[in-house]
Design a protein around this ligand. Structure first.
Ligand SMILES: [Fe+2]
Ligand SMILES: [Fe+2]
Length: 254
């Protein structure tokens, strides 16, 4: 039987492993004045962060629409008086997110292949369907950006930020040691943000009178809600199965 992360092993990270050394460590930390007290290191760090943030420029900026001249007159009128770069930034951000989502599910498929899937867990077909949904969403956003004259290949500042934020998710999903269940926990975080992202984008499209785009975004949101429901169910099933309280023994569902 291969070792599972929930097996008992030689984990020495907790202080309970070494009561004598832990007492010495606590004593030394107290003597050095360490801790979150504002009078100590925490405050100096905050001061430094504030100073750096005041001087720093933004992560990036939004490129000018590539096809302003070719942009339909109705579109130009619709965006007049508003700041279209906010919409473009969010479209770029969502595009980057959906691309990461596609990659997360691609990586999850490999986890699925080596997992002992519990009753109530995902099937390969279900995971592939979500991966395909995320990939299709990338296309919706690409077309939306082209529609308003923006360049979908440009990394907007929002896209940059979600890309960086998602690095941890990718690391967990592509680490050979992580399990399907651990990866589903990460996928759950992504799906929660995914739904909220579409909700915001739909509101923005509505406010800017892009009814056609809003409808497409709403359809994507419905799919995201389905993803979320499925992932929640799979995690619950896996945990109940692993804790030995599931009504049925583990099965490999395909
Ligand atoms: Fe998505
Ligand atoms: Fe999703």
């Amino acid at each position: 039987m291969p070792t599972k992360p929930t097996d008992i092993g030689t984990n020495r990270t907790g202080i309970a492993t070494s009561p004598i050394d832990s007492q010495r460590t606590i004593k030394a930390a107290k003597a050095a004045g360490a801790g979150p007290s504002p009078a100590h290191n925490g405050h100096a760090l905050e001061v430094e962060r504030i100073a750096r943030s005041r001087d720093a420029g933004p992560v990036g900026t939004v490129p000018p629409p590539a096809t302003v001249k070719g942009m339909a007159k109705t579109l130009v009128e619709r965006l007049q008086g508003h700041k279209p770069t906010v919409f473009i930034d969010k479209l770029g951000e969502r595009l980057a997110f959906e691309r990461t989502g596609t990659r997360l599910y691609e990586a999850l498929l490999a986890k699925f292949e080596v997992a002992e899937v519990h009753a109530g867990g995902p099937t390969r077909a279900e995971l592939e369907k979500i991966r395909d949904d995320e990939h299709r969403h990338v296309g919706i956003l690409r077309d939306a950006m082209l529609h308003i004259g923006a360049d979908p290949t440009a990394m907007t500042p929002g896209a940059d930020v979600v890309g960086v934020a998602g690095l941890g998710w990718i690391q967990v999903l592509t680490d050979p040691r992580t399990t399907l269940t651990q990866c589903l926990d990460v996928i759950l975080i992504a799906e929660l943000a995914d739904g909220d992202g579409w909700m915001l984008l739909t509101s923005l499209a509505d406010a800017l009178d892009f009814d056609d785009l809003s409808k497409q975004f709403q359809a994507a949101l419905v799919e995201e809600e389905e993803h979320l429901m499925l992932v929640r169910g799979w995690i619950a099933a896996a945990l109940l199965g692993q804790a030995g309280v599931a009504p049925t023994p583990p099965v490999r569902s395909v």
